[in-house]
Design a protein around this ligand. Sequence first.
Ligand code: SF4
Length: 570
Amino acid sequence: MKKLLRIKLDSKTYLYEDCPAHYMNLGGRGLTSKIISHEVSPKADPLGEENKLVIAPGILAGTVAPNNGRISIGAKSPLTGTIKEANAGGAVAQKLARLGIAALIIEGKSKELSAIKIDKRGVHFTDAGILKGMGNYALIERLKGEHGDNTGIIGIGPAGEMMLRAANITVTTPDFKIRAAARGGLGAVMGSKNLKAIIVDDTEAQGVKVANPEMLKEAASELSKGILSHPLIEGLKVFGTPILVMMINTANALPTRNYSMGQFADAEKISGEYMVEVMSRRPNSHQTHRCMSGCIIGCSNIYTDEKGNETVSGLEYETLGLVGSNCMIGNLDDVALINRLCNDLGLDTMDVGAAIACAMEAGILPWGDGKGAYALIESIKDDSEKGKMIGNGCFYTGKALGLARIPHVKGQSLAAYDPRVLKGTGVTYATSPMGADHTCGNALPSPANPDYNPAAPTGQKEISGFLQRYFAAIDSLGFCLFASLPLLDIPELQRHLIACAASITGQPLDENYLIALGGEVIKTERGFNTKAGFTSKDDRLPDFFTKEALPGTDTVFDVKEEEIDTTLNF
Ligand code: SF4
């Protein structure tokens, strides 16, 4: 039976607990949100000792199901004040699952900066004073050298130690590249606990017990075939998520100049197509990279400089949209270097990109000044006030600079999709329990759904409400979002994913499993937020989206408030 591993940092003690019945069939986001809502007061100070950091592999972690292994990290967020879950690929989820751990519950605060190692024998606490202030690249190199290749690392950079609100939590891939549970400032929560790193070693671990291995094998094989049959996957394999740059630019939804335009004149220079061309000329660049073992797509990349030195892996659409077009930085190398710097400091590139655009709107930097943006972020290392302002994210920066146009919901910056023409995504930004978060339900047009008009003022709550439940379930399974997209266009494939989950317990699950599970997760999260004091007034996009039409369109965000307020009534 999987266990909860409760780690008390104050006393440097730990306890394996039987997983209570009401957590048994949960994992990932579903489990982190349940535990946070049971164990953390909604009124808790997110950076106080009362808050807990919960880390949970998904339901499918450690099995042969394809593209599973995302790790969910949950807490009360210092960025939004809401309940929060952020997830990432990498190696850690599969290792925790193989160690028989359903969730880590990290409590209290260490007196000094510390690190913990988890392996088959238990938990080992070490002093991490020597790692103080260390960037993530050096941290990973060092810990890998000390603990070996069969480890997965969770860590924070200087931004997390400084408790900046846009600080992320780094997770390593099987080949020790950086992935991040990026959103919501969870790195600041880890920093508030004086916890620099968690090393997970699954050497000689027991593995995951599956009640019906034959059923799992068959369902996993059918699921893989179905995913690979979808035309989207070919595009993702070649161009990765940057394929979206030109698509979203054409749709007039690529955030440009702090969301004042939906098209960027230099979009081609930061596009997936151009990036692949650049990488084909550069030594050691790879247009395909897998962030976790068992991935059958490989949507990520390794982007190098002209000499073949790795700049970053991977360079993704959201960074290109928020750091690139939204700041009018039309230079791939500049964006990649800022991405690397954010990775090293342990910062969310999305909230930081949106914060830089706010700084540019306020006249702190000229539009398009990639080198200036780099220097401003880098000044965090010198404890500069302006640098820390950026490190606290877009909402904090916009407020500090007295801006009227701050693209956020509940304190978290929007993603790289303008809600005036993608109104279903706008409804998700407004209503998601996580603050503005596209991964909670990004309603993009699809050839498989030709009747859906993303720019219409009506019909958006239905699609957002459905997608929010669907993706809450996907995040609970630990399944990759990109692998889950074909299942929306070809719904009969969902039964194979459901069969994968059913094979683990051997108990049948019905065809409504995903939507029922996602609905339950969202209900739990909204319950927490209501007790924290959030109301429907917080479920709103900033005014400027409802008043300023996008150039080239007469479109504003005009979904009625009654529709927004009933999106998650289920
Ligand atoms: S498709 Fe991309 S995000 Fe998904 S598991 Fe593979 S590399 Fe990671």
